[in-house]
Design a protein around this ligand. Sequence first.
Ligand code: SF4
Length: 303
Amino acid sequence: MPGMLDPQVRRALAERVRFYRELGIYDFYRRGVYVAEVAEGVPGESAVRSTATFQPELREEMPARNAAAFVVPAATEDNMLEMLAPKPEYGTTDPAEALKIIRADLGDCTRCKLHKQSRKQIVFGVRNPRAELMFVGEGPGADEDEKGEPFVGRAGQLLNNMIKAMGLQREQVYIANIVKCRPPGNRTPERDECETCSPFLMRQIAAIKPKVVVALGAVAAKNLLAINAPMSELRGRWYDFRPAGARSNDPSSDDRSWNGARLAVTYHPAFLLRDPRQKGEAWKDLQMVMRELGIPIPQKGVE
Ligand code: SF4
C-alpha cells in the first residue's frame, strides 16, 4: 500500500507517524474507508491531516516515568510506513517459526548495494529464538561471510568468552548484526545500507522478545538508538528499547508478554582485540546486564 501513495502524502504521513511515535503512540488501526479516502483525496498534506480520514487509535502510551528514557529508533520516510505495515510473521506466536518467516521474506536480498559487493552469503542471525539476551553487532566480516554465521572469527571467539564470563553459553543467546551482508574491505556499513537492512533486525528482535539487547560498538548502538554520541556517553546506562513496528502486547494471541527490551551498549569485541585494556570496562557493562537478568556475578572477568 505505501507504494501507491503520492510522494507528498507519503512524506506527510511518515511525518505524522513519527510525531505520534515521539509521543509514545506506537499502534494504529486503519479504518476500512481509509484507503479509499486517501486514494481519492487531493494529494498533499491536507488529505492526511484530516482527522476524519486518519485517526490514530491510542492503544499504548508510555508511562510518564519512562518517557524520558524511551528511545524511538530511527526510521526514514521510506521505511517508516513499511515498518508499520502488518508482517507475515504476525500470524505465528512461535519465535522460531517467526524467524523462519522473516528469513524467507528477506530472500536472496538485493535491497541495498551490499548484495553486489563482496558478500558470499547473507548472515541472518543465530542461536536461541527465545533468548533473554541478544547481542547486536555491526556487520559480517570475512569469516562470518564464509560461514554464514555472525561472530565466528577472532572477534567471535572473544564474544564467546564474554558470554562464558557471564555464566552463559552461546546457545542461550541470539546474535545478529545491523547489516546482514559483508561490507567490502570490512568498512563501516553506510547509512542507507543500515536503514535498508535494519527493519529486518527489528522484526527479529520483535519476534525473539529478549529482556536485554546489548549493542556491540558504536555503529550498532547508534543505529538501534538513533543517537549520535560517543561510546563514553552511550555506555553505562540503560535504554528502554522497542523496535520500530513492534506490536503492543496481545495476551490473547501470545503468552510471552513483552513491552520491549532494555538496551545496554558495550565495546565491539573487534575493538577489544585492538585495545585489550578496555576489557575491564566491557566487563562492567556485562555486569550491569547480569544484574538486570538476575545472573550471579563471578569474580573473573573477560579474558
Ligand atoms: S545488507 Fe541487508 S538489505 Fe543489504 S542486501 Fe544484504 S540483506 Fe539485503
